[in-house]
Design a protein around this ligand. Structure first.
Ligand code: AMP
Ligand code: AMP
Length: 362
């Protein structure tokens, strides 16, 4: 895999004026969280966004500079990279980086990113994510190689961070074929995507999404908070009485609409910390120096309180937006309001102060 070299990125930040470092991100996903945190830590902020999307960010008055593109894909253009370097920008990646940008060009992008690029890239492969989680000793759902292997309830997903769009649940091959045709027909997935289904055991339990921050500077893994998602139409289906559901052949999908903040039963917290620490340890083996900064897990807690992990993101997730300002766990750890956007900016600020910026960017 061609990836921009560590030396090149260290060279770029080496030329930055430490007093003028700005924090940049794409205007979408969790940009408001990132900009607010950056502002609170005294950074200038740069919003790179597609024409028309800047309107939203201007309403919140959180960005100092805008780089407006005809389309988001132009972010990998030489001129945009040069402008970001002129602005001494450290880029904070979020869900839109993998969802909307071309992987190959992103790997070659020469603007410093707060995070580990190799691990960000793992997000594009469910197989590699599962190897990582399994390597960390976590419980993960069974994977079915082919629709004919399906036994019991199975969950069918499609490539990329699509926020659950077009996913479905089935319990046999025939139902699988029928639903995949339905999803293409209703344009929830493309015919191309339909060729690469990823079929997992369906885990019954409660979905819980913990957020973590691994500080390279202190070596500590912090548990930042946890959210729960609200997905359409699955979270609305239960409002329809069962006979009508059957009559209408309701087929729920999992398009993310929003998130709720939540707290966990206190006795679960030890295991939640353990999961984060094991993921970090395995990441250090897989892609040294391992996780840098934000990372988040998607888990389901079964009725016997077993925690099953099914996805990992080596970056901020949008569920952190439910905790902008403060989370109960951050309140316990810090004597001041703290949340993911601010925690990330704090790490960048500390790295600049300690002259260690090259250690936290790739
Ligand atoms: P957006 O800017 O809303 O188009 O989101 C960018 C990417 O992040 C898309 O792939 C979305 O599906 C995903 N995304 C946005 N919000 C959330 C969320 N609350 N939870 C999970 N994924 C999300
Ligand atoms: P993902 O794109 O992997 O984040 O999945 C989107 C949504 O599908 C999740 O938020 C869950 O509601 C649901 N989900 C994903 N995997 C499973 C699974 N193995 N069992 C049950 N529900 C799942």
């Amino acid at each position: 895999m061609l990836m921009v070299g560590a030396g090149e990125i260290a060279g770029v930040v080496g030329r930055y004026d430490p007093k003028k470092v700005s924090i940049a991100t794409i205007g979408s996903h969790s940009a408001l969280n990132i900009f607010k945190g950056a502002r609170e830590e005294g950074f200038r902020t740069v919003c790179v966004c597609a024409k028309g999307r800047d309107k939203l960010y201007r309403r919140f008055r959180l960005a100092d500079e805008y780089i407006i593109l005809d389309k988001l894909q132009d972010i990998t253009g030489e001129d945009v990279q040069e402008r970001l370097k002129e602005l001494n920008s450290v880029v904070i990646p979020h869900g839109s980086f993998n969802a909307y940008l071309e992987q190959k060009r992103l790997r070659e992008w020469s603007v410093p990113i707060f995070g580990n690029r190799t691990l960000l890239d793992v997000e594009t492969s469910r197989v590699r994510q599962h190897e990582w989680m399994r390597g960390a000793g976590l419980k993960v759902p069974k994977v079915y190689k082919s629709p004919s292997d399906i036994k019991g309830l199975a969950f069918v997903k499609f490539p990329g961070a699509k926020g659950g769009k077009g996913y479905f649940v089935v319990d046999n091959e025939e139902a699988f074929e029928k639903k995949i045709r339905l999803m293409v027909k209703s344009k929830l997935i493309t015919a191309e995507e339909a060729k690469s289904p990823y079929i997992q055991e369906y885990i019954i339990g409660v979905n819980v999404y913990p957020h973590y921050f691994h500080s390279v500077l202190s070596g500590e893994t912090e548990f930042m908070g946890v959210d729960k998602r609200y997905e359409s139409s699955v979270d609305g289906v239960y409002r329809i009485p069962v006979p009508e559901q059957i009559g209408q052949e309701v087929s729920p999908s999992f398009t993310i609409v929003g998130n709720f903040p939540m707290v966990l039963r206190e006795s679960l917290l030890d295991e939640i910390f353990g999961i984060g620490e094991r993921i970090v340890a395995e990441s250090q083996r897989l892609a040294p120096p391992g996780i840098i900064g934000a990372f988040c897990m998607e888990t389901i807690i079964r009725e016997n309180l077993e925690i099953v992990a099914f996805e990992i993101s080596s970056r901020i997730v949008a569920g952190c937006n439910a905790l902008i300002g403060q989370s109960p766990y951050m309140y316990l750890m810090y004597d001041e309001p703290m949340y993911m956007g601010k925690r990330m900016a704090r790490e960048i600020k500390d790295a600049i102060r300690l002259d260690r910026l090259p250690d936290i960017v790739t």
